[in-house]
Write a protein that binds this ligand. Structure first.
Ligand code: G3P
Ligand code: MG
Length: 244
């Protein structure tokens, strides 16, 4: 029953500025099994870890990531919007995070944000970095852009991929298999018992997002969910570990 892993959504985003090194370090500190993060490309094609297509919400700057050179993006403050205590945090490059992850035993879910902005070659760029740090066995690449996942599977079938979806699909494991994906990352409300049961029979991991409430965590752990993606890893671990 306690086999469900806890993945920290954008790092420990409940307590720390999302998608920053300090948020990932906090996830490790509290005992998370893995972290989830979001990737975009800068104008000079550097993969960077940030959720939105622009820097407006989570930094002191403004504008599209695709219009920023990496060196300029690094000058932005990505912590003070959350709390002044975190002033000075920067937007990490994916490389910086992977270099750090490689020294831990964390799993890492890399979400390719290749939907609203189409980042050419993002799949290959990310795959090369995963291999550079020898992380293929600890990485899951996910995306709402399933064409991107097909590309990942074509270039690197050895890396696990998972479809992200928001709708209540019927037998999504059958669809996932058609694109070579091996995991289901679904919006919490569609992680219904039928989906969990069917995926478990198929041996396909389900990792719903974003699971912050105790009743949902308990139900998913009891339902045999592979992992939950949560903003509050410390609390989620406690709830999971205290379940009878
Ligand atoms: O990967 C799970 C989750 O992060 C997907 O939604 O918008 O938080 O990236 P979002
Ligand atoms: Mg995400």
């Amino acid at each position: 029953m306690k086999n469900t892993k806890v993945f920290a959504h954008r790092g420990a985003a409940g307590t720390h500025p999302e998608n920053t090194m300090i948020a990932f370090q906090e996830a490790l500190r509290v005992g998370a099994d893995g972290v989830e993060l979001d990737v975009h490309l800068t104008k000079d094609n550097v993969p960077v870890v940030i959720h939105d297509e622009t820097v407006n919400r989570t930094t002191n700057g403004s504008g599209w990531i695709k219009e920023y050179y990496y060196d300029d993006l690094r000058k932005l403050d990505a912590g003070s919007w959350f709390d002044e205590e975190f002033t000075g945090c920067t937007i990490p490059s994916l490389e910086e995070v992977l270099q750090w992850i490689a020294k831990t035993s964390l799993q890492i879910n890399i979400e390719l944000k290749n939907g609203i902005v189409r980042y050419e070659n993002i799949e290959k760029i990310v795959i090369d970095l995963v291999h550079k740090y020898n992380l293929k066995d600890r990485v899951i690449i996910s995306s709402f852009n399933h064409y991107s996942l097909v590309e990942v599977n074509k270039c690197a079938p050895e890396i696990e991929t998972a479809i992200l979806f928001m709708e209540g699909l019927y037998k999504p494991w059958e669809y996932a298999k058609t694109i070579g994906a091996t995991g289901l990352h679904c919006y919490l409300p569609v992680a219904v018992p039928e989906l969990l049961e069917g995926a478990n029979i198929e041996g396909m991991p389900v990792r719903p997002f974003v699971v912050n409430e105790e009743k949902h965590i308990a139900a998913l752990v009891r339902g045999g969910c592979s992992a939950i993606i949560t903003d509050w890893p410390k609390q989620a671990i406690k709830i999971r570990d205290n379940l009878k």
